[in-house]
Each structure stands twice: as structure tokens, then as C-alpha cells.
Design a protein around this ligand. Structure first.
Ligand code: BGC
Length: 763
């Protein structure tokens, strides 16, 4: 039967040789009609080793599509990732220099800016570099929810809150796509764990799925049009997301109205015809077996040509938008200098000042004792698909010297003779085999005598503590979420010795996600959370420490007192150590014994993730969602809200009442009446905005708007959104549960909204 197809297709091609259509944006149906089943089956599977004339692209390329010159169809390049172009480290073309790309700030920092402009600027920078390297689609943003502090990829993602995630993602997508390059909103959906990532099953109820794990995507798709959405590796309530018609067609396309292409995450280990039927349009990285499976399934009737044609149409519709189709040629010359400046500026916008006793910060140039391995070896970004091989990173030690600080030279020498070891660790453990993840570098242990000597030579101490993580491995609770004994020891020694001499200690957190802070945060005088800030991180941290930039970042997640305070803490592989000799538990088909938190993970906390849980339980945290200090102070006035059409519009006026210029991030939270989206005392974020830089005494009125439908909660039994009538409290202020201003909105009738976005509500 395959032969008959081949013969028929061959005859058809021969017959139409003279009238061979050439792809334009207007003749896609004609091209689809002209293509043979073999050609279609090749086009929807990534260009792979089994294809004739296979070309792997630039070293580091995520994947390419299959070129078909006879139809004028170019190969397009899909490249990682969300924080910059991921080239193979140390890649040189010919005898030329090593090619670097800019390492932009990671996702959590972007979200911590609470500023769409920051996300858009980072997106634009990445888009420009993508063009330089000939990428057509960048494989980001990563936008899975921060369900648990230990997910290895949290640094790539945005927030524990789907509204912050969705709106930041939309701004990033709009910024990046404005450069003419596509994006891939990933990983759809409920992919909040790395352990056993190819097979793990996320088990959660429908309301939680709709209100948390899908909502960020729903919002991003409402506010932007990503060229592609990437389906995740995991299973969702037993079914692979990549094989789920409910998820990829019913929800993504019918309910959310998504019109673009759906690409797989990089695996061939799924049922190809089922995936096509579910709504997958492009199989990446692509395996010959997938093309064969498509042809065999057409022959056996288990795949409908209509499903294949839909996928082909999507691939062609993507291709006609790309730089490759426009004939763009890679220059391999990104503007690294301009982008380094951009990283420095944007990174500072997302740093969060956690503590600043007695005006310790900003610091004036002075003699500084700089401690901690990561003060000399900044971690710019995480590992795996988001790893970026960038020009030399600006370390905090270098940046402080540039800013006029005199650094204790002996300490510098001590750490610098230790820091190269750290770089070796990086190279060995997580750059080469990108999926392995980095072993945490043990902190250098210093004697009391060494610290006393440094104290005598300096006026202030700065200690950096670092954490990194990446794809395919989750973090663990002990000595990763928790500080390592050597780190605690260093903190105690430095604080004791400097405080005894009446001098201050500043801690910088160069981290990929939450760490435990409650047990030690009383020790230093100031704490700055700098996240994984990108290659210019040292400069950006120094800018905030010196007051060149007034910090305005706010936490996009809660810092709990203790890991086990986290909702569902036990329902995550928090202490998992991979046993490579026994992997039977990874298989989903019953061959091995199912292992909790590895073969499957339950989400018993439901919608109560992060602040939603801590507020409803009135449970103490170390730093709440939305927390962050400034060098100035703000007051709020004139809070108002009203309904305009199907939107809620609100305003609040923010005034800088302090003594230095600053920006204020403002969240708009809603507390629902009884019977509303949560009947426990709580509030949920629905929008946010940030002021421009306000001089002392200056004010700005911030406006907010979102659909009324966003006040409803998901009724799983009826599969619709329910809006309860009653009085809704509209609360302004970044920190969840601590409003600075409030007003109320009365909804006089309850309403029911169908799941389809465009449909009208019923009373
Ligand atoms: C990751 C994706 C990435 C893809 C291509 C996968 O392993 O999960 O995020 O875009 O590889 O490198």
C-alpha cells in the first residue's frame, strides 16, 4: 500500500512538474494539495539524521525543519532558549574566534521586575541575537508554574502565580516577535518537575488545572500570539500531554483560541499518529521512525489525511513568517556590547532588596571584604536548554572595584585560587553533558584569623551565596534549599567579627530559586536577592548596592520559613537521588513498580500554591509573595474601580514620599465574596503595573484592566467559569495580603461563562 502511495505521488509530481507551485503566504492550500504523503510526513518531522542531505545547523541548534527546495520551502531553525541563543560552548567557525551569545537575565528575575517593559526589552534583545545566528524560532519563554521551590527549571520560569507568569510571558513574546523571530511558549502543561521528566505523571484536579497550570498560558495567548506552543514531556492524569486531544485541541485551540503551531518537546517516545490527532503539528527533534510511523498509519487507516494536512498547513504557515523564508542570512555578529548594556540595565530592575537595616545600603565606595565563592564566580544563568555560552561574565568582585571599592587583596587571592576549581566543576558537571546539572560548589572554609585580618583592613563585608540548577534534575531540600554547613559557618563568622567591630555585613543571593532564609536572615544587615542575573550580573548588583539603581523588584514567589511548610512539600521528589542501576520505576506501562513523586506526582494542595496557601492558612513565611524594599517610600491614594464593557478598570495614584527617585511595582489583588473563587480569607493577583522612575514628591496614576470573567472560578462539574455575585475587594500593593489601598466592586448578578473565551456569559 505504501508503494501505491509512492507511485501515485510520483505520477502526480511528474504530471505537475511544469506547474510546480512555489510557497507564498497565499498559496499554502495549493502546496498542501501538491505534496505527496511522503513529503508531508517529512515536513512535519524535524530534519533528522535519517533524512537525505541532513544538515545539523550551527552547533547547539535545537532543531531544524525539513527543506523542500522544489516547493521553495526552506529549512527553518529552532533554537534554545529562554535566556539567549544556546550555542555549543567554545564553538568556532573555521579558524575564527569562539562565538558567544549574550546571557540575558533568567525568567524569575524578569518576573521579579513586575514590569512588562523589562520582559519586552529582554525579549527584543534575544530576538535580535536570534536573527544574528539565523534562528527562526526561539524555544522560550518557559512559563510553567513554580509549584515547588525545588523544581530544577524554576529559574527559567516566572512565578508561582499564573497571572504574573502569563502577563510577563506575553510581554516577552511580543518583544521578541517584534524582531521578526518566533517564540515557543513552553512547556504545555503542568510540567513543574524535572525528575523522571519524560514519563512522570502530574495528577491534579480539573479546577486546579484550569485556574493555575493552564491560566498562565491562557493569559499569554490572550495578550500575545506566540508562533508556536511547545507541548510538554510529562503525562497529565495518566495521558501524555503530547497525545491529549483534550489538552491540545479542545482546550488550547477551541477554548483558548490558539491559532499557531504546536510543537513537541524533544522526544520520539510517543505514539506519532495519536499525537497528530491530538493536535501536534511538528515533531522535534525528529526521528526517521516518526516519518515511517505516519506513512504506515495512513496506510492502515489509523491516521486521517486530514490530521496530517492540518499539521502540514501549520508548518507552512509558520515557515512563511520566518526570517529564513524572507531570505535572511545569519551574520554571526550579534551586537554583544549593546546587549551587555541591556542586560546590566534590565537585570537591576528585577533584583529584590530583602533586608536593609538602618540604611546599610546604598554603600558608598569604601574598603570592602568580599567573601563567598560566588562573589568571584557569579552564576549568570542555569543549565540545560537555557544555558548560554556567553562572553566573560562580570563578577561582583570586578564590578565593585570598578565602582570605586577597594577590595581586600588577600581575600581576593584566596578566592581566586579557589574559583577556577569552580569553573572546572561547571565545565565537567553541567556544560558538557547539559542534562546532568551542576553539583553545588562547597563554600570555601575560612579560619577566624583570616576573617579578623580582613575585617581590620576593610569597612564593610559583602558575602555572596549561590545556587544553580537546570534541566533533568530537581534540587533537593538538604544543603540546596537549606544552606550548607560551610555557608552558615561563613555567615556566622563574618557577621560576628564585623559586628563586633561595629561594621556592616551585606549578603547577596545569586540564586536559581528559593533558599531557606529564616534561620540566618537576622545575622546580616542587608540582603539583596540578585537571582541568576545574566552575564552583566556583577555590574547590575553593584549598581543596586551603590544606589545607582534604586531596587524595585518584588518577589514572584513566596520564601517559606521551612521547606516542609510549603503546600504539597512531601508530594515532590525533595530528597530524590537517582539510582541509575534501577530505573524500572520510570516506565508508565506497569512494567516497574510505580514510585510516588517519580512515576507520578500528586498535587494535593490543589489551587493553594504559594501565597494562596499561606494567606488562607494564615501561616507565617520568611518573605511573602510580592515582597521587596526600596531606598525610598511611596504612598497610595485615589483607589477606584469600575466596570467598562466586559472589562474591569481600576486606578490608583502612587506618590514617592521619600528622598530619592524610585519605581514602585503595584499588584492588583482581588478578594472574592463568599461563594467566589475562594471562600477562605484570601486574595488573588489579577493585574499589576509599575510606575516610571518617580522623583521625590512626584506622583503617577497607574491603570489596570482585565476581563470581568477573570473574577470567576472554574466549576469542574459543569465545565464553565462561575462568577459569584457580591462585593469584591480590590486591593492595591505588590505584597500579597498587605494592601496599601483598597476599594470595592459590586457584582449584582451571578454569571456563568462558557470555557470558550469568545463566548458570551449567561445570567
Ligand atoms: C527541553 C526544551 C528544549 C528542547 C530543545 C528539551 O529537552 O525540555 O525546553 O527547548 O529540549 O533543546
Amino acid at each position: 500500500m505504501i508503494r501505491i502511495f509512492v507511485l501515485a505521488a510520483g505520477l502526480f509530481c511528474a504530471a505537475s512538474l511544469f506547474a510546480q507551485p512555489f510557497l507564498t503566504k497565499d498559496n499554502i492550500p495549493e502546496i498542501v494539495r501538491a505534496m505527496s504523503p511522503e513529503e508531508k510526513a517529512c515536513l512535519v518531522v524535524g530534519f533528522n539524521k535519517g533524512c537525505p542531505a541532513y544538515d545539523p545547523g550551527l552547533p547547539g541548534t535545537g532543531g531544524l525543519t525539513y527543506p523542500m527546495p522544489k516547493y521553495g520551502i526552506p529549512s527553518i531553525v529552532l533554537m534554545d532558549g529562554p535566556t539567549g541563543v544556546r550555542l555549543e560552548p567554545d564553538w568556532q567557525d573555521g579558524l575564527g574566534p569562539v562565538h558567544f551569545a549574550t546571557c540575558f537575565p533568567s525568567g524569575i528575575l524578569t518576573a521579579a521586575s513586575w514590569d512588562r517593559e523589562v520582559a519586552a526589552a529582554i525579549g527584543r534583545g534575544i530576538g535580535q541575537e536570534a536573527l544574528s545566528f539565523g534562528a527562526d524560532v526561539m524555544l522560550g519563554p518557559g512559563m510553567n508554574l513554580l509549584r515547588n521551590p525545588l523544581n530544577g527549571r524554576n529559574f527559567e520560569y516566572f512565578s508561582e502565580d499564573p497571572v504574573l507568569s502569563g502577563k510577563i510571558a506575553a510581554a516577552y513574546i511580543n518583544g521578541l516577535q517584534a524582531t521578526g523571530v518566533g517564540t515557543s511558549a513552553k512547556h504545555f502543561a503542568a510540567n513543574s518537575q524535572e525528575t523522571n521528566r519524560l514519563f512522570g505523571d502530574s495528577r491534579l484536579d480539573t479546577r486546579t488545572l484550569r485556574e493555575l497550570y493552564l491560566r498562565g498560558f491562557e493569559i499569554a495567548l490572550r495578550e500575545s500570539e506566540p508562533w508556536t506552543v511547545m507541548a510538554s514531556y510529562n503525562r497529565l492524569n495518566g495521558e501524555y500531554t503530547q497525545e491529549s486531544h483534550d489538552l491540545l485541541t479542545k482546550i488550547l485551540r477551541d477554548d483558548f483560541g490558539y491559532l499557531g503551531l504546536v510543537v513537541t518537546d524533544w522526544t520520539g517516545k510517543r505514539n506519532t499518529p495519536l499525537q497528530l490527532h491530538a493536535g501536534i503539528d511538528l515533531f522535534m527533534g525528529g526521528e526517521k521512525a516518526q516519518t515511517e510511523h505516519i506513512l504506515a498509519s495512513l496506510e492502515s487507516g489509523t491516521l486521517l489525511m486530514a490530521d496530517l494536512d492540518r499539521a502540514v498547513t501549520q508548518v507552512l504557515s509558520l515557515i512563511v513568517k520566518t526570517p529564513a523564508f524572507r531570505g535572511h542570512k545569519a551574520s554571526l555578529k550579534p551586537d554583544l556590547e549593546a546587549h551587555a548594556t541591556l542586560v546590566r540595565e534590565q537585570a537591576a530592575e528585577g533584583m529584590v532588596l530583602l533586608k536593609n537595616d538602618a540604611g546599610t545600603l546604598p554603600l558608598h565606595p569604601c574598603r570592602a571584604g568580599v567573601f563567598g565563592v560566588h562573589s568571584y564566580d557569579l552564576i549568570p544563568g542555569g543549565n540545560g536548554a537555557a544555558y548560554v555560552s556567553c562572553p566573560p561574565v562580570v563578577h561582583l568582585s570586578d564590578a565593585l572595584e570598578e565602582a570605586g571599592f577597594e577590595l581586600d587583596p588577600l581575600l581576593g587571592r584566596l578566592y581566586q585560587s579557589y574559583a577556577p576549581y569552580a569553573e572546572v566543576e561547571v565545565a565537567l558537571n553541567h556544560i558538557v553533558p547539559v542534562h546532568v546539572g551542576k553539583a553545588q560548589i562547597p563554600e570555601l572554609e575560612l579560619s577566624n584569623a583570616c576573617i579578623v585580618r580582613a575585617e581590620k583592613e576593610t569597612d564593610v563585608a559583602v558575602i555572596t551565596l549561590g545556587r544553580t540548577s537546570g534541566e533533568a534534575r530537581d534540587r533537593i531540600e538538604s544543603a540546596d534549599f537549606e544552606l550548607q554547613p560551610s555557608e552558615v559557618q561563613l555567615l556566622r563568622q563574618v557577621c560576628e567579627i564585623y559586628h563586633a567591630a561595629g561594621k556592616k555585613v551585606v549578603v547577596v543571593l545569586n540564586i536559581c530559586g528559593q533558599v531557606e532564609t529564616a534561620s540566618w536572615k537576622d545575622l546580616p544587615d542587608a540582603i539583596l536577592c540578585a537571582w541568576l542575573p545574566g552575564e552583566e550580573g556583577g555590574h547590575a548588583i553593584a549598581d543596586v548596592l551603590t544606589g545607582r539603581v534604586n531596587p524595585s523588584g518584588r518577589l514572584p514567589m513566596t520564601f517559606p520559613l521551612d521547606y516542609f511548610d510549603w503546600p504539597g512539600a512531601e508530594d515532590f521528589p525533595y530528597n530524590f537521588v537517582s539510582d541509575r542501576s534501577n530505573t524500572s520505576w520510570i516506565y508508565p506501562d506497569g512494567r516497574g513498580e510505580l514510585k510516588k513523586n517519580v512515576s507520578y506526582t500528586e498535587y494535593p494542595e490543589g489551587i493553594y500554591v504559594g501565597y494562596r496557601y499561606f494567606l488562607t492558612r494564615d501561616k507565617a513565611v520568611s518573605y511573602p509573595f510580592g515582597y521587596g524594599l526600596s531606598y525610598t517610600a511611596f504612598t497610595y491614594s485615589g483607589a477606584s474601580v469600575r466596570v467598562r464593557g466586559d472589562q474591569i478598570v481600576a486606578e490608583v495614584r502612587v506618590t514617592n514620599t521619600g528622598t530619592v527617585a524610585g519605581k514602585e511595582a503595584v499588584g492588583l489583588y482581588v478578594a472574592a465574596p463568599k461563594g467566589g473563587f475562594t471562600d477562605k480569607p484570601s486574595c488573588e493577583l489579577r493585574d499589576f503595573a509599575k510606575t516610571r522612575l518617580l522623583s521625590p514628591g512626584e506622583s503617577e496614576t497607574l491603570s489596570f484592566s482585565f476581563p470581568i470573567r477573570d473574577l470567576s472560578s472554574f466549576d469542574a462539574a459543569r465545565s464553565c467559569w462561575d462568577l459569584a455575585k457580591g462585593s469584591y475587594q480590590i486591593l492595591f500593593g505588590a505584597q500579597a495580603g498587605s494592601p496599601e489601598a483598597a476599594c470595592s466592586l459590586n457584582i449584582s448578578h451571578s454569571r456563568r461563562y462558557p470555557v470558550r473565551r469568545a463566548c458570551e456569559p449567561s445570567e
